[in-house]
Ligand binder design. Structure first.
Ligand code: ZN
Length: 240
């Protein structure tokens, strides 16, 4: 298995993305995989897409990418999300918009099934909230590991050989008989109560959740200047 860093839900937060990429450069991994939502919520969609297109070996489409690209119904999003999607459509470059429109919903890469939301119904943008939903989703991919994001809460869900579902929030050893649904959390807008940017490293038989502090004030100032909703600005400080 090639080693990799896994990042998701950047949401146009350049300061957070730069801090994560700096951290990844020290992890000594073979490549970086991106699980969707490059845009939405944050103030720098073009800068983040330019960086991701340059740095990520694999990219899939998130629900915000899809809404900006005109491929998912914007009315399913919350009022603040909708407002920023409108703003993003105004500022995004034609080249980046066309790139978003062509992103795949699912990618298969060696040992990984890669999708933004759920393997069961990738374009429906559902969440894996319960043990039952987790167990059900394990039936919809064939690889040992499924990589997901979308919830902005990093976690490792393990299905053991005996059929038990176990959760880890720091790290997990890749056992040959176990299968995993790994949620990378969010680079640009964590929601698990920890404001530090989140990502995953898979290396030497270990899946590890990592957190990186970044200059939140830099992003908040840019959001203010862009006139983005104050609720979205303040939530970065609490990670909720
Ligand atoms: Zn997201």
């Amino acid at each position: 298995m090639k080693s990799c860093a896994v990042i998701s839900d950047v949401h146009a937060n350049l300061a957070a993305l730069e801090a994560i990429l700096e951290s990844i450069s020290k992890d000594g991994v073979d490549r970086t995989l991106f699980l969707g939502d490059a845009v939405g919520y944050g103030p720098e969609p073009n800068e983040c897409l330019d960086l991701l297109r340059n740095q990520a070996a694999v990219m899939v489409m998130g629900n915000h990418d899809s809404m900006v690209a005109g491929k998912s119904n914007i009315m399913r999003a919350g009022v603040y999300a909708r407002e920023v999607i409108g703003w993003t459509r105004d500022v995004i470059s034609i080249d980046n918009l066309q790139f978003l429109q062509k992103l795949p919903l699912v990618k298969y890469e060696e040992d990984f099934h890669i999708v933004h939301a759920t393997p069961r119904e990738p374009g429906e943008w559902n969440y894996i909230r319960t043990r039952l939903e987790a167990a059900r989703n394990f039936r919809y991919f064939n690889t040992a590991i499924c990589l997901t994001g979308h919830s902005h809460e990093p976690q490792i869900i393990e299905l053991t050989a005996k059929g038990a579902v176990a959760y880890s929030y720091r790290k997990a050893v890749i056992k040959p008989d176990s299968r995993f649904i790994v949620n990378a959390g969010s680079v640009g807008q964590p929601r698990d109560g920890i404001p530090e940017a989140s990502y995953i490293v898979i290396k030497n038989g270990l899946i590890e959740i990592k957190r990186v502090a970044y200059d939140i004030l830099v992003t908040q100032k840019k959001m203010q200047e862009a006139g983005l909703p104050s609720y979205l600005i303040s939530r970065l400080s609490t990670g909720k």
